[in-house]
Write a protein that binds this ligand. Structure first.
Ligand code: TYD
Ligand code: MG
Length: 462
């Protein structure tokens, strides 16, 4: 018996390798995480000792009563508006008691600014606590002054130790609490460094339990790695109720907040903000901005709605068709070249548009890579637009897969794509027949097609 326990103790002290992305572990170092497939994410860690008996199910635990779904009282979830309309939109109406929201984004994008503004506005109706681990209380106060916030009721705690934060939460009983950021927290119970997967996961788990027990709504701020995942643990995404991403180009003042998971509302909602010198201002009509960046419509350009993971994304596809030599070139950036050759053959055979004596260049603007076939229709429309030297109409977009027989096949989640484009102010579309909405979408004129020649005929008259 004794020697077996010694062995177990020794085994515990061996180091393991855990993935900073997904939290998966491996006994030896590997270039690629066996859990999530990410490269170079395994780091040497010391496994946390498991408290004696924690992993054992106690055979004498008392059984608990079980109810049917029908017997359980299901109350409607009450959303409390934060006062920032664009934030409320992505939250599904506002914050929910006991719910935990994770908000991720690049450093400097404006997470702290947004949450300080929300905290100020909520503090007029409920008790609010702002826990800052990255900045001192004085820095937060300075920011509040710059933003012109009175801050009379926003209580601030500069603390990074989890146990003290939990104790303060219990004593203060705020209804809304911001943790800025989850990566700075550490728990005394663990030996690993702050920011490590084990720490982040454990701290988030404790805070989640505390939120559920006390009914406090908690917002966790999280950093994003260069690959775009929430640093540390994707496990956090499973733990919390809502995951928001705060994105935008730091060179422009516009910021997007997206819900990628929401137990209390719809996902793929976006909120649009402009960063001004007095903080973030909601942009209620984002279409104007996104369209003006396109300028005047030009020949050879077509906008498509693609699905990046779970998020619909509007991407401009450009084509240039120009007189080529004896062996014309087909070049594509961000799109598959084989697919381009195939699409040109379809265009020739089924729509009678020949380009075999022309150089064809295709580019997905902004350095994105589109691998889904739903881009086909937009690529073909951009090519024909360049060939004819005639621009597609303002606010036009298209999506749909094109088959070798010239048929236009539906794209998955067509309704979400249409809604996203409508939200961003696009007005005319050619889409596959099966993706045509049953009820009209406000502000959107949709032409449904079944074949590529129909689409080509249609754009001639638009
Ligand atoms: P911040 O909220 O600190 O970003 P995060 O918490 O996501 O790291 O935002 C910092 C940036 O926002 C910084 O570059 C300055 C800019 N900013 C403004 O332009 N106007 C303002 O009123 C404030 C407070 C910040
Ligand atoms: Mg910050």
């Amino acid at each position: 018996m004794g020697s077996r326990r010694d062995n177990a103790l020794m085994a515990r002290e061996r180091t393991i390798y855990s993935c900073i992305e997904c939290g998966g572990t491996s006994p030896k170092w590997l270039g690629r995480c066996p859990g999530c497939g990410a490269w170079n994410t395994l780091e040497e860690t010391i496994p946390e000792p498991v408290p004696a008996g924690r992993n054992r199910i106690q055979p004498l635990a008392r059984t608990q009563p079980v109810a049917t779904l029908a017997e359980i009282e299901a109350a409607e979830i009450a959303h409390r508006p934060t006062g920032l309309q664009e934030l409320d939109r992505v939250l599904g109406g506002g914050i929910v008691d006991g719910a935990v929201v994770l908000i991720g984004g690049d450093p400097g994008i404006g997470k702290s600014t947004l949450l300080l503004q929300a905290a100020e506005s909520l503090s007029r109706s409920i008790t609010v606590l702002y826990v800052t681990g990255e900045e001192s209380a004085a820095q937060v106060a300075l920011r509040a002054r710059r933003l012109g916030l009175a801050g009379r009721q926003v209580r601030v705690l500069a603390e990074i130790q989890l146990e003290r934060i939990i104790a303060t939460l219990e004593a203060e009983q705020p209804r809304f609490c911001v943790i800025d950021s989850i990566q700075t927290l550490y728990s005394d119970q663990l030996t690993s460094a702050p920011g490590s997967v084990a720490q982040v996961r454990e701290c988030a788990a404790h805070l989640t339990r505390s939120a559920k027990a006390s009914g406090t709504a908690i917002v966790l701020v999280g950093h994003v790695t260069k690959e775009g995942a929430l640093a540390g643990p994707r496990v956090l995404e499973h733990m919390v109720d809502t995951v928001l991403y705060f994105e935008g180009d730091t060179h422009s003042s516009f910021r997007l907040v997206r819900a990628v998971k929401n137990r209390f509302g719809a996902v793929n909602e976006i909120g649009v903000f402009a960063m001004t010198e007095h903080g973030l201002k909601g942009v209620t009509n984002p279409s104007a901005i996104f369209l003006s960046t396109h300028g005047e419509p030009v020949p050879g350009s077509c906008v498509l709605v693609t699905l990046e993971g779970t998020r619909p994304l509007l991407v401009e596809v450009q084509a240039l068709v120009d007189g080529g030599g004896p062996s014309p070139r087909r070049l594509s950036v961000g799109l598959e070249r084989d697919r381009l050759a195939m699409l040109l053959a379809v265009l020739h055979r089924h729509a009678n548009i020949a380009s075999f004596d022309q150089d064809v260049f295709v580019n997905a603007v902004g350095g994105v890579h589109i691998s889904e076939p739903a881009a086909d229709l937009a690529v073909l429309l951009a090519i024909q637009s360049s060939l004819r030297g005639k621009a597609l109409p303002r606010g036009f977009f298209a999506f749909g897969e094109v088959g070798l027989a010239g048929e236009v096949r539906p794209a998955p989640r067509g309704q979400e794509r249409l809604k996203e484009a409508a939200k961003l102010g696009f007005a005319v579309a050619i889409v596959p027949r099966a993706n045509a909405p049953k009820r009209p979408i406000e502000g959107l004129r949709i032409h449904a097609v079944e074949r590529i020649e129909q689409a080509i005929d249609l754009v001639r008259d638009l």
